[in-house]
Design a binder for this molecule. Structure first.
Ligand code: ARG
Length: 574
């Protein structure tokens, strides 16, 4: 099976070849820029004609003559300098609807299966998770679900920061507080505790030395210090789990493989780089210099893998992680869902890993970058008092605000049901607001926008889905075996949108861009609304009603599947 786009591309490519176009000139198939032009257009003729020094319209005519789309299109025409416009036939689209309706994958063809790791969330465990990790968690989880839907073998990975100086600091502070007899002392507020320790670390040289001492003992495997370290990890991980539970993400304890897991390999990474002749000493540190990376003045940029005091760094751990992912997991693709500001780090690490042979050339290492979450004032998102926002509190606020919205819309529902829906809607709103934007940019976090009942929001899509489900519940005819007929333009347009689902999901998987799926779902529900206004569904004669119910049912299935791929629930009633 192929996507609609692939099917049309292969037919156009065959016709271009038959018309004498060079084999390496692509058909460049796109969805039409305007409905008057048809549904798809092939834009590759002009470039082919240029190569052949032919009049593009003449070549286009030859391609159209050779183009076999009898079973697919009812109109093929040439426009402008040599575009080929294609309008799909209602009969073909009707068939696609029927096929997709019975297909468990809703008409999405399965690509060749790959083994894909999605590394996401990855907070630093000494502190609490902050909004940067919220974006990583939401985007990464959507990507993991999209890859799963596409039939790939997916490994989720939480590369937590569980090692380093900050733990020496926490341990030193903890022991002093405990020894000073505050028996009541409990680590409920890890963030505040971290801040106190950091303040002392910066202000008291003696405390700083003590902290470093603990780091050395930790690295040396001192059992008492290790036990304390583990205690901090456990508390911190519980905070993370609370956020993951609220968000309903796929991450669990099996996904966790923190930086500390790579400790043993760090000296070997550095030794192997040395053997390969890839290391250079610079200001006492061991560095890898790659030709591609220079600063503005053209001076080479180092990737530091070992400090002058012998300590290892973030980059050394990432190189070791790549070795592990290559040797133990044999992945085809690794997606690193991390803040865009770490772009240079990843380009350098990926470059060094490939050059050193730590990862095979065919293994695709991709930095899935995202921008900063901003408050409505356009500045990085903070609480009114300027503190970092606690994620659990943010998600609770989302639920409370959604409760207001749900109660206004449906005051008669009993409270417990409204609370349930509010949880679903509130979390969905936070996720969707993020996922519906191109991840590479910054985005403004706005409660009012994300909870609006119309526009490109989660509540809008969830209600649109529930409304279709309620129409289906009222159906009196059995439409499961009904044939689909597309007489009205609104029916045809809806069927066309439904048939595009496959190519959209493929594109989203390839480019790791969830907002393309969100935009598609929003467009689809708009197309459904126009159809529903133009075409009576329940009050039509039985055969027509059955056909329209099938279109409606497929719309609901695709909306639910699409929302689920974004990590969003789609209740059947709300
Ligand atoms: N812990 C890091 C941070 O909070 C993110 C880790 C990203 N993943 C990686 N393989 N380096 O910034």
């Amino acid at each position: 099976m192929t996507t609609l786009h692939e099917l049309l591309t292969s037919r156009c490519a065959a016709a271009m070849l038959a018309a004498g176009a060079p084999a390496d000139c692509p058909a460049l198939l796109q969805t039409a820029s305007r409905p008057e032009y048809g549904d798809y257009q092939a834009n590759g003729i002009m470039a082919a004609a240029k190569r052949l020094k032919l009049n593009p319209r003449e070549l286009a005519q030859k391609v159209v003559d050779a183009l076999d789309l009898k079973d697919i299109a009812d109109e093929v025409s040439i426009a402008g300098p040599g575009f080929i416009n294609i309008r799909l036939s209602p009969a073909f689209l009707a068939k696609q609807t029927e096929l997709a309706f019975t297909d468990t994958k809703l008409g999405v063809p399965m690509p060749a299966q790959q083994k894909v790791m999605v590394e996401y969330s990855s907070p630093n465990l000494a502190k609490e998770m902050h909004v940067g990790h919220l974006r990583s968690t939401i985007i990464g989880d959507a990507l993991a679900r999209i890859m799963q839907f596409l039939g790939h073998e997916v490994i989720t990975q939480n590369h937590v920061g569980d090692w380093g100086t900050q733990f020496g600091m926490l341990i030193a502070h903890f022991l002093e507080v405990r020894n000073s007899g505050s028996a009541e002392f409990a680590l409920t507020d890890l963030e505040a505790f971290y801040r106190e320790a950091k303040k002392r670390f910066d202000a008291e040289p003696e405390f700083a030395n003590l902290s470093r001492d603990y780091v050395v003992r930790l690295q040396g495997g001192d059992t008492e210090v290790l036990a304390l370290w583990q205690q901090f990890l456990a508390i911190s991980m519980e905070h993370c789990d609370a956020v993951y539970r609220k968000l309903g993400v796929l991450l669990d304890r099996d996904s966790v493989r923190g930086e500390s897991a790579y400790n043993d390999d760090l000296p070997k990474v550095v030794a192997d780089l040395a053997t390969l002749g890839m290391l250079q000493e610079s200001e006492g540190a061991q560095c890898v210099f790659l030709d591609e990376f220079k600063n503005k003045e053209g001076a080479p940029l180092p990737l530091i893998v070992q400090k002058s005091d012998g300590g290892y760094l973030y980059a050394s751990t990432d190189l070791a992680a790549i070795r592990y992912r290559t040797r133990s997991l044999q992945l085809d693709r690794v997606l690193y869902v991390v803040d865009v500001r770490q772009g240079l780090h990843f380009q350098q690490v990926f470059g060094a890993a490939k050059k050193a042979g730590f990862a095979p050339a065919a293994m695709s290492l991709e930095h899935i970058a995202f921008g900063t979450m901003l408050g409505e004032d356009g500045k990085p998102f903070k609480t009114r008092s300027g503190d970092l926002v606690k994620l659990v509190e943010l998600l609770e606020e989302a639920e409370n605000r959604a409760f207001e919205v749900v109660s206004q819309k449906n005051p008669d529902l009993d409270e417990s049901r409204r609370r349930e829906i509010a949880h679903t809607v509130g979390i969905a709103a936070v996720k969707y607001a993020d996922l519906s934007k191109n991840r590479t940019g910054d985005y403004v976090f706005s409660w009012d926008t994300m909870l609006a009942l119309d526009g490109n929001t989660a509540p809008y899509l969830q209600y649109a889905h529930a409304r279709i489900c309620s129409i289906l519940r009222k159906a009196e005819v059995d439409f499961s075996n009904a044939s689909v007929a597309l007489a009205d333009p609104a029916e045809r347009n809806l069927a066309l949108e439904l048939a595009r689902f496959g190519e959209v999901v493929h594109g989203v998987g390839r480019e790791a861009m969830p907002h393309l799926l969100a935009a598609y779902l929003y467009g689809l529900s708009g197309q459904f609304m126009r159809f529903y206004e133009a075409c009576p569904v329940l009050k039509a004669e039985p055969a027509i009603s059955a056909s329209r119910l099938k279109l409606s049912a497929l719309t609901a299935k695709i909306l639910a599947a699409g929302l689920n791929m974004l990590g969003i629930e789609a209740p059947e009633s709300m």
